[in-house]
Write a protein that binds this ligand. Structure first.
Ligand SMILES: [Zn+2]
Ligand SMILES: [Zn+2]
Length: 162
């Protein structure tokens, strides 16, 4: 399930290139970084660095492990990706061009369900304003069991067997 994308002025690639050039010591946009950025922004996903390393390999792209880790950190710093801390693992997902949303995480099958809640956003704005707090965003993760796993867990009721 993917939420509708948000219209943005620049492509992720242009925005990343601009970020690299704006560093106090400007950095080159390498071919490996380009392959990674194009791959990551081709579809919305929640992934960790190890998933990505495997997928890039399967896609026939040669991006070194060190480059994957370094580039993911830069993409977060550039505002293109954001981190999601789930248990012991750090996941990444699109921040740029993707709407604010929250997550339900199933602890049995690891499914991640995204949802949006204008009521929750309004509530958080109110809380921040009461504290004169300037928010740079938030991450809400609700842990539990998804509908499929709940069904699998519940034994058939007697009535269903008649
Ligand atoms: Zn589940
Ligand atoms: Zn998400």
């Amino acid at each position: 399930m993917t939420l509708p994308a948000v219209t943005v002025a620049q492509t992720p690639e242009d925005k990343f290139r601009e970020y690299l050039a704006s560093r106090s010591r400007p950095q080159r946009y390498t071919d490996q970084q380009r392959d990674l950025v194009r791959y990551v922004f081709a579809q919305h996903n929640h992934f960790d660095a190890e998933n990505l390393i495997d997928e890039l390999k399967r896609a026939g792209l040669r991006v070194s492990r060190a480059t994957v880790y370094r580039t993911l950190n830069k993409l977060v710093d550039a505002g293109l990706l954001r981190r999601l801390e789930l248990g012991q693992r750090t996941y990444f997902e699109h921040d740029y061009g993707y709407p604010q949303h929250e997550h339900l995480v199933c602890e049995r099958c690891n499914r991640i369900i995204e949802f949006q809640s204008p009521a929750l956003d309004a509530q958080l704005r109110e809380v921040c304003s009461a504290h004169q707090f300037q928010s740079n965003g938030h991450t809400l993760i609700v842990r539990g069991t998804c509908a499929d796993c709940n069904r699998a867990k519940t034994p058939k009721r007697r009535l269903d067997l008649i």
